[in-house]
Design a protein around this ligand. Structure first.
Ligand SMILES: Cc1cc2nc3c(=O)[nH]c(=O)nc-3n(C[C@H](O)[C@H](O)[C@H](O)COP(=O)(O)O)c2cc1C
Length: 190
């Protein structure tokens, strides 16, 4: 059983975590810890017209634990809990900057800090454009600490035809990085 933290922050791209959860949720050997920031909830409502509960409510079963953003006493606040990897999707520049500077003022920042200190896999689906030098420096700091910066940039060589195809091209990269695969994954073939 692989244990993955999925953290959702208030950058644009609410459909990315929804799709990641759909695909991870179907993998019988994956346990998910889910944390959603307050701004992620607002952006999700703005972009989809649906609340987080409407989108993600269907996923609450025994393999998915939902933690409150402000709950610094949640199990994933501690390095002693059995977790393999963490994905922040999408990752706002605010949260990315906080992680790069070692802040732990909410559960996403704390869990990311724990992930780095325990030398576990941290994937940041960082979303902003254009990028300032501060954003780039924070990304370099995190990359130097072992985090993977994986911006949601689609690949067009798979000929996406729908928004779902574009979303899936990023989710494929996240799952491959986690060494998890499902039947949706499209790989480049000439
Ligand atoms: C509709 C909308 C879209 C946003 N898109 C982005 C974005 O793409 N990248 C980003 O860094 N912040 C974006 N923001 C700003 C973040 O929501 C804001 O910085 C917030 O404080 C992030 O908090 P969090 O990281 O705790 O979720 C957006 C805000 C709104 C309302």
């Amino acid at each position: 059983m692989k244990s993955v933290i999925v953290a959702v922050t208030g950058a644009t791209g609410s459909l990315y975590p929804v799709r990641l959860m759909e695909r991870l949720g179907r993998m019988k050997d994956v346990h998910i810890h889910l944390v959603i920031s307050g701004w992620a909830e607002k952006v999700m409502m703005e972009e989809t017209g649906k609340s987080v509960n409407e989108w993600l409510g269907g996923f609450e079963h025994e393999r998915i634990e939902v933690h409150a953003h402000e709950d610094l006493a949640a199990p994933i606040s501690s390095g002693s809990v059995d977790v393999d990897a963490m994905v922040v999707i999408p990752c706002s520049m605010g949260t990315l900057g906080a992680i790069a500077n070692g802040l732990s003022s909410n559960l996403i920042e704390r869990a990311a800090s724990v992930t780095l200190k325990e030398r576990r896999q941290l994937i940041l689906v960082a979303r902003e454009t254009p990028l300032s030098s501060i954003h780039l420096q924070n990304m370099l700091t995190l990359s130097n600490c072992g985090a993977m910066i994986l911006p949601p940039i689609p690949s067009f060589y798979c000929h996406p035809e729908t928004v779902d195809d574009i979303i899936d091209s990023t989710i494929d990269r996240v799952l491959l990085s986690l060494q998890l695969s499902d039947t949706h994954i499209k790989r480049w073939r000439k």
